[in-house]
Design a binder for this molecule. Structure first.
Ligand SMILES: [Zn+2]
Length: 203
């Protein structure tokens, strides 16, 4: 049987090799410049990679005492479409009760589909493929809190360490950190100074 767990080097190897992380000089739709461009679905499209990355993250989540003590009585909630395969992988590894996911409503906030909701007191682990500014996750934290759900922890595959993340004491676990430089525009972009024009990318 192939070893399921990957070390940090192997995780980064998979992410770069599949194009889930690209290194270079990129211009985002927001006008910001960056040295890494992330598209985690490019790695998660391979079932085995999705599974192995999720198992690695589930190991970290298990180290949170309030999570391990409540298993399997927890729901795994995906914060975006990219978080859905992660939610399924984590659920399998942790043998959690339920999997749920949200989508973005017209007002830009996260919402469940009609009749799908977290019950008051329900134990939730929130997951996503990546956490950039933290806005999407914050929106999900607010939604779950408003429903009366209890958030035990947050798990993401990749943390580019762009934003200072603070979710009121909720532990955040990331499988791998990929320190990334973000520049608000070309005037202050250090890569522009060395490397000329960036590649325009979408989301
Ligand atoms: Zn630049």
């Amino acid at each position: 049987m192939t070893e399921i767990l990957m070390n940090q080097e192997e995780v980064l190897g998979v992410l770069f090799e599949t194009g889930a992380i690209r290194k270079g000089h990129f211009k985002l739709p927001t006008g910001e410049h960056t040295n890494h461009f992330f598209q985690l679905p490019l790695a998660l499209r391979y079932f085995n990679y999705a599974r192995r990355l999720s198992v690695g993250l589930s190991r970290l989540l298990r180290t949170v005492p309030q999570i391990s003590s409540l298993l399997p009585n927890v729901s795994i909630v995906g914060a975006s479409s990219g978080g859905i395969p992660v939610a399924y992988g984590i659920r399998e590894a942790l043998q959690a009760d339920q999997i749920m996911w949200v989508e973005k409503g017209e007002d830009g906030n996260t919402r469940f589909r009609q009749f799908d909701e977290v019950a008051p007191g329900e134990n939730c682990i929130l997951v996503d493929d990546i956490i950039l500014t933290g806005k999407t996750m914050k929106s999900l934290v607010n939604l779950i809190t408003k429903s009366g759900g209890k958030i035990l922890g947050i798990g993401v595959l990749v943390n580019p360490c762009i934003a200072k993340l603070n979710f009121e004491g909720i532990p955040i676990m990331s499988l791998v950190e990929v320190p990334t430089h973000h520049f608000s525009d070309e005037k202050i972009c250090a890569i522009c100074k060395e490397n000329g024009k960036p590649m325009q990318v979408g989301w």
